[in-house]
Design a protein around this ligand. Structure first.
Ligand SMILES: [Ca+2]
Ligand SMILES: [Ca+2]
Ligand SMILES: [Ca+2]
Length: 267
């Protein structure tokens, strides 16, 4: 059985009051748990188990709760001696308002498949997590709590690789962030709303650095060649002339010329 907890669940647990107390106290904007006609509380279960004869549910009290706030749902598989239970769903009321607000689903290998959470406890799911082969693959977040995701995070090998954001609230991404080794490498912006990047903000920076490095290499090679020529051909000439002997850097900007002189001086 997969006993690992998502960081999200951990953080939700960490947010629980330490003492528990005798009464539930709702946090956040809150939803009100409703009482059914038979007196039981409708905790808005997120697991699919009711009325299913091949599933079983168990309820336990998690840290900080005196009454059960964690439900595990098991699928009964196999027959005869093979018959056993597999955990397929686990849901928690993490803020103790008697309404379930986070659910994790598992496949029959015990791997996480998905998770959904109502992180602001308004009764509406705002975080959707997808796992592939048990590893974090995608997180969709509704950051303004209007019911629609507006931030999409994609993971590769467990590391953040790409983020897209809908910043103008038209349900379409307009910002793309590309990550390498979990670090932001470049960011693209769709300015006119056609869902295509109009501007790569860090792309120019990268290209500039690459071109600078290339130019520097050429300049150093030219300076070295010039110095060699100067050393070989002139025994008593003015040393400063060496920088002009390269000849091939006529179009280079003055900054490049300065660097070239510096490079030549260092040698
Ligand atoms: Ca809750
Ligand atoms: Ca919510
Ligand atoms: Ca939204």
């Amino acid at each position: 059985m997969n006993r690992s907890l998502l960081p999200l669940v951990l953080s939700l647990f960490a947010a629980l009051p330490a003492c528990g107390g005798t009464k539930f106290e709702a946090k956040g904007p809150g939803v009100k748990a409703e009482r059914r006609a038979d007196g039981s509380i409708d905790d808005r279960t997120l697991c699919d188990w009711k009325g299913k004869t091949d599933r079983e549910a168990s309820e336990t009290a998690g840290p900080g709760s005196l009454t059960p706030n964690v439900r595990r749902v098991y699928q009964i598989v196999g027959t005869g001696d093979d018959r056993h239970k597999v955990l397929i769903c686990r849901e928690i009321d993490s803020n103790l308002d008697q309404v379930k607000d986070v659910v994790r689903r598992y496949n029959d290998k015990g791997e996480s498949v998905s998770e959904e959470a109502d992180s602001n406890y308004d009764g509406r799911i705002d975080t959707w997590i997808t796992f592939v082969k048990g590893r974090l693959a995608e997180v969709r977040v509704d950051t303004n709590y209007d019911g629609n995701p507006d931030e999409w995070k994609y993971y590769s090998g467990g590391k953040l690789s790409r983020v897209t954001r809908d910043t103008n609230r038209d349900s379409k991404p307009d910002v793309w962030e590309i990550y390498r080794d979990g670090k932001l490498e470049r960011m693209g912006v769709d300015v006119d709303g056609d869902e295509h990047v109009d501007r790569w903000d860090h792309d120019n920076e990268l290209r500039r650095r690459f071109e600078d490095a290339e130019r520097k290499k050429e300049e150093e090679a030219a300076a070295a060649a010039a110095k060699k020529a100067a050393d070989a051909g002139k025994d008593d000439a003015d040393k400063d002339d060496g920088t002009d002997a390269a000849g091939s850097t006529d179009a280079a900007p003055s900054e490049a010329s300065k660097r070239k002189q510096n490079a030549a001086k260092k040698k």
